[in-house]
Design a protein around this ligand. Structure first.
Ligand SMILES: *Cc1c(COP(=O)(O)O)cnc(C)c1O
Length: 360
């Protein structure tokens, strides 16, 4: 069986080494030494000034919306994981969907202005598959209309643009360290902001709003993460460069095998690196997608329609909204198997099956 993704597990002794420390200290959660160390090392690795390690990427988004005190309408994309939209609704705001760019698959910055009303408070965009949005154009629009910007950078761990971390764009960027992501701590998330006051506020919010022994400064929630999760993050951090390098190798092997394939990868932001998080292809037609998917399924090779369906037209708590490009792309989008342990032989086999099915 070949899954579409497989969480990376470090050699067990590398994880165990951290567990010994936990047993010695008997400090299990509440910003323990491993969680603090992970924050410090990630700041360094990602080259950002401030960062908070939280429970998961969804809570990271909710903290961002809450901390910026957003109200009313938030302009966003329908071509993302459901957490991007559900976080907006969960925080009592209304998502206003703008269609994506046909080539990059990110929110079409050129269509944002037309969606702004007097109730718009922010733009929440996803760097889909780790491919950065047009962050300079989006910031221009935000400045002109006095809007906040949040980036859902769940896919964009270790992505830089113009040599600078993508996580430092917008008022806040969030990342997910879920087991299925490129770099993970089983469950986990990051909140990144350049604004130290905002960071402090979110740090209190993460811990019930507690600001001192007998005082509260904010409405808070429990968004902390445990020492066991931080330990996985620390163990995996020693591997992340190897993980990215191998994943990029895998992608290149697929691409060189798949000459003549009627599928195209998104157009990558020319100022950014690819972190090898996903292997997405827009196929020529949905019919071809279904044939390839069924054929691979029959050999227990699993692919994923990520993202399908379009959020705007399928969430039961929203009035359906059909965005032409998102609808079209989401029907033709297929992610192929990509994980550290995938072998060259498996890649070659998958590619042969794909081309044979396509040409039949
Ligand atoms: C995974 C993901 C999330 C949610 O992250 P969790 O850590 O699973 O809560 C949010 N947005 C996008 C785009 C994601 O892929």
């Amino acid at each position: 069986m070949i899954p579409v993704t497989k969480p990376f597990l470090p050699p067990r002794e590398e994880y165990n080494q951290f567990l010994d420390g936990i047993w010695n200290r008997e400090w299990l959660t509440n910003m323990g030494p491993l969680a603090s160390k992970l924050e410090m090392l990630l700041k360094d690795y990602l080259d950002v000034n401030h960062l908070l390690y939280v429970t998961n990427g969804t809570v990271a988004l909710q903290l961002a919306i809450k901390a910026l005190e957003l109200k009313g309408e938030i302009i966003t994309t329908s071509f993302s994981f459901v957490a991007t939209t559900s976080s907006i609704v969960w925080e009592g705001c209304t998502p206003v969907f703008v269609d994506i760019d046909q080539k990059t698959l990110n929110i079409d910055a050129g269509k944002i202005e037309a969606a702004i009303t007097e109730n718009t408070s922010a733009i929440l965009a996803t760097h889909v598959y780790g491919n950065p949005c047009d962050v300079y154009h989006i910031q221009q629009i935000a400045d002109k209309y006095n809007l906040k910007v949040i980036y859902d950078a769940a896919h964009a761990f270790a992505v830089t643009i113009n040599g600078k971390s993508i996580l430092e764009f917008g008022d806040i960027s969030t990342c997910s360290l879920h087991a299925t992501k490129l770099y993970h701590s089983i469950e986990g998330g990051l909140v990144v902001t350049k604004n130290p006051n905002l960071l402090k506020k979110i740090a209190y919010m993460r811990n019930f709003g507690i600001s001192g022994f007998d005082s509260f400064s904010e409405l808070g929630i429990n968004a902390k993460n445990s020492e066991f999760h931080a330990a996985m993050g620390l163990a995996n951090l020693n591997w992340v460069d190897r993980l990215i390098a191998r994943r990029l190798e895998i992608i290149n092997r697929y691409l060189s095998n798949l000459q003549g394939f009627k599928g195209q990868m998104p157009k990558w932001n020319s100022l950014a690196n690819n972190n090898g998080a996903y292997l997405p292809f827009v196929l020529e037609s949905e019919e071809l997608l279904l044939r390839i998917k069924a054929s691979l399924d029959s050999f227990e090779i699993f692919t994923r329609r990520y993202f399908y369906p379009s959020l705007a037209s399928s969430l039961p708590y929203l009035e359906p909204n059909f965005l032409p490009i998102t609808e079209d792309i989401s029907r033709r989008m297929l992610c192929l198997p990509l994980y550290y342990e995938l072998t060259d032989e498996e890649i070659d086999w998958i590619c042969r099956l794909i081309l044979r099915t396509q040409n039949n």
